[in-house]
Write a protein of this length. Structure first.
Length: 388
């Protein structure tokens, strides 16, 4: 992507932030350059935005590339329409059930985009109180939603009839990745805007909403990368939500995420406001761009190495889950803790299925391939971000 980064972000700006593109930009957009831009955009689930921007500029590319770009735009619209339909079904179901709930993430953020379909998403996230979770799942499964397998300590997975994944959260914790943030996120029901009388839908205060976005972003970052989209989201959030910066700062300092927030704003200004790069923003950019939407195992391996996780420790953690995690996969273990060794062994049969086996071997190999210079540079970055 060397030599095309500025073009890439200028194309995003022209559509997402409705800015006039540089008149000289069109001449730079040869088939070769567009091909490289498409590859990066696809990796970050932004190909539909790049395609729209190119169309807006009147850029002509070869038939193959043009077909790919149009397909991404049509797919983004289709995904949104299906998501919108299922989201409305879910909201009606929750309202009919009479349970208080909070829409999360993309459900709120997409309203800040020029067109809601521009903000793609693979699932629908909503939060209910922990004491309401089980009965809400039971109600939804009787009203058009199917229960999936639970693999986290913070949500239940359901699917709509059309196949959309619903993540019904009952807490906002981030799998132990950011413990100090978890303590604050546990107070979400104490940090809500006033309730409207005609609905059970609730909203976080503006400061808490921005805080949650940053926590989720930081979690993905230290797990291998968060992608470009959360930066775009935050830029639009700050443009549309005028939160109390002092209250937000207080939350970030308590969670030790104030350095991360400053760094995110700094890199956003480089990408979206034409600020000059520093050595720090360049290192952060490289980590984000190489990771894609949800990061990759190579970035994750570097972070794990910084945390002192050796290859043998990596293998051990993959093979032996803690009891709390194993109970999610095998709920019966809660009632019969004596079965812990049995379920540990039973899970190995899952691990050694072909798809999982390939993933596990990839993680182990990536950890073994990490060079000391990569560990050192990643350690400097993580430390500067306050995430170590």
């Amino acid at each position: 992507m060397i030599g095309t980064k500025s073009v890439f972000f200028e194309l995003i700006e022209s559509v997402v932030f409705d800015r006039k593109a540089n008149p000289d930009l069109k001449a730079k957009l040869t088939d070769d350059v567009v091909g490289k831009l498409f590859a990066v955009a696809k990796k970050h689930d932004l190909a539909h935005i790049i395609g729209l921007s190119l169309a807006k500029l009147g850029v002509n590319v070869n038939d193959e590339l043009n077909g790919k770009l149009q397909k991404e735009q049509m797919l983004a619209v289709f995904r949104y329409e299906r998501l919108k339909y299922d989201y409305e079904l879910l909201l009606r179901a929750l309202e009919n059930f009479g349970v208080e709930f909070i829409p999360l993430k993309g459900a709120i953020i997409r309203d800040f985009y020029p067109e809601p379909w521009m903000r793609t998403s693979c699932d629908i996230d909503v939060l209910v109180k922990k004491e309401d979770a089980e009965r809400t799942v039971l109600y939804l499964t009787k009203n058009g939603f199917a229960k999936g397998k639970d693999f986290t300590e913070h949500d239940h997975i359901l699917t709509s009839e059309s196949g959309t994944t619903i993540e019904l959260h009952y807490n906002l914790r981030q799998d132990g990745a950011l413990p100090k943030s978890d303590e604050i996120l546990d107070t979400v029901w104490e940090n809500l805007k006033d309730k409207k009388s005609d609905t059970n839908q609730r909203q976080m205060t503006d400061e808490f909403f921005v805080f949650y976005h940053l926590v989720h972003m930081a979690k993905h970052f230290i797990n291998g990368g968060c992608g470009i989209r959360p930066f775009i989201d935050l830029f639009l959030i700050n443009k549309n939500i005028k939160c109390d910066q002092e209250k937000l700062k207080e939350l970030l300092i308590k969670a030790e995420l104030d350095k991360f927030y400053s760094a995110v704003l700094e890199l956003s200004k480089v990408w979206f406001e034409g600020e000059k790069h520093t050595n720090f923003t360049t290192a952060m950019e490289e980590f984000v761009l190489s990771g894609g939407v949800y990061g990759n195992i190579n970035n994750s391996a570097k972070v794990q190495a910084v945390k002192g996780k050796t290859k043998s420790k990596t293998i051990f953690s993959l093979m032996f889950l803690p009891k709390s995690r194993l109970e999610i996969i095998y709920p019966r273990l809660k009632k019969y803790p004596i079965l812990f060794p049995f379920y540990q062994v039973k899970r190995w049969f899952r691990v050694f299925k072909k798809d999982n086996r390939n993933r596990v071997s990839g993680i182990v190999k990536a950890r073994g391939d990490v060079l000391q210079e990569d560990i050192n540079s990643t350690e400097q970055l993580i430390d500067a971000l306050g995430l170590k």
